[in-house]
Ligand binder design. Structure first.
Ligand SMILES: Nc1nc2c(ncn2[C@@H]2O[C@H](COP(=O)(O)OP(=O)(O)OP(=O)(O)O)[C@@H](O)[C@H]2O)c(=O)[nH]1
Ligand SMILES: [Mg+2]
Length: 335
């Protein structure tokens, strides 16, 4: 799962990236970032595992190569391969109006998709004229529907069903990707800034990118506490940025437990137990027998698996079971 950090030149992308990646990420543009998972704490208390492992999201810092008023075509084509966008808006410098940056980014994503569709429709209309060629009317119809949305200056992410059409998946439309806007406000405006309303597939968060990066660099907890106290900041916005990207990507968490490792795993919402097994290892998926499942709350209520089984909350689920957020799963499989 990959999130690209985009925005106009100088908007604070690299500051946000460094804050997310933590100290030591100076020379890189990609980092795996651990997803906060508080449910691991009580579970680790029970199992006392050798290792606690959290699921990760990859963040990639993109260059502001399009300048201060454009994302640029290079970035627009590079982000086709990612699952989610984190768009940083400069609301700290007093330059380009932040609300206009927001609408410009939306517009660029829309225009970029229109160009892709235009080209493909042209190709399809040539195919139709060529006798014997494999003309594909279904894709053409879907593309025309997508074009209608874009022509109303709306992003494709608003039409979830259309975006999910298998024939459209391959186009990797940029306006179809979930997007989190990070309004990079100045340190003095913290708390007073009101981000716009959320929309389907679009979230908002406000933070001071520079402050977040500075806080991330302080490894000593006492130093960090003092710094935050001096600035009157109660919490870092990073956890919320990560949690929001996670939700926008429609990910849920399932957990595996044991005395070796207690671990959280990311999974697309509405995935089956069979797919969850594949997320761990292809061998577990291939040899899938059953998934012993219970919710983490039920587990903590009884404190151990045996008791949970006696109480009937530990269920044996098959391949088709739809995994729920917070499920603890033990896979039984043949090797
Ligand atoms: N005061 C203040 N300065 C900031 C803030 N965020 C970024 N800056 C400064 O603005 C400059 C640009 O920040 P970067 O994070 O490098 O911006 P960028 O979007 O990565 O820039 P490009 O990669 O060149 O497009 C740096 O000098 C930052 O320190 C902020 O929240 N407050
Ligand atoms: Mg940068």
């Amino acid at each position: 799962m990959k999130t690209a950090i985009i925005g106009f030149a100088g908007s604070g992308k690299t500051e946000i990236f460094r804050a997310l990646a933590g100290p030591g990420a100076r020379a890189v543009a990609r980092a795996m970032v651990k997803v906060p998972e508080p449910r691991l704490i009580p579970l680790a208390r029970v199992f006392k595992p050798k290792k606690i492992t959290r699921s990760e999201i990859e963040y990639q810092d993109m260059p502001g190569s399009g300048g201060t008023k454009s994302l640029g075509n290079r970035v627009l084509s590079e982000i086709r391969g990612c699952d989610c966008l984190l768009a940083v808006v400069d609301a700290f410098s007093g330059g380009f109006d932040p609300a206009s940056q927001h609408s410009s980014i939306e517009e660029e994503l829309i225009v970029s998709d229109m160009a892709v569709i235009e080209k493909k429709l042209e190709k399809l209309s040539q195919d139709r004229q060529k006798a014997g060629h494999l003309y594909d009317p279904k894709t053409e119809e879907l593309l025309i529907r997508a074009m209608n949305i874009l022509e109303q200056e709306k992003p494709l992410r608003l039409d979830e069903a259309l975006c999910a059409e298998p024939a459209l998946k391959g186009f990797a439309f940029v306006s179809a990707k979930p997007i989190l806007y990070a309004w990079n406000i100045s340190e003095s405006k913290m708390g007073s800034f009101k981000p716009p309303e959320e929309q389907k597939g679009m979230g908002h968060i406000s933070a001071s990118a520079m402050l977040e990066r500075e806080m991330a660099e302080l490894e000593n907890p006492e130093e960090l506490a003092m710094f935050m106290h001096e600035l009157g900041v109660r919490e870092s916005a990073l956890d919320r940025v990560i949690a929001k990207t996670y939700n926008l990507m429609n990910l849920i968490t399932f957990l595996t437990v044991g005395d070796k490792e207690v671990r959280s795993w990311a999974l697309k919402k509405n995935s089956t137990a069979f797919e969850a097994a594949g997320a761990i290892h292809s061998d577990i998926q291939k040899g899938f027998i059953r998934a012993e499942t219970l919710s983490w709350e039920d587990f903590l209520k009884y404190g151990d698996m045996k008791k949970a089984k006696e109480k009937g909350v530990l269920r044996l689920e098959g391949k088709e079971y739809i995994v729920k957020d917070g499920d603890i799963i033990t896979f039984r499989f043949n090797v």
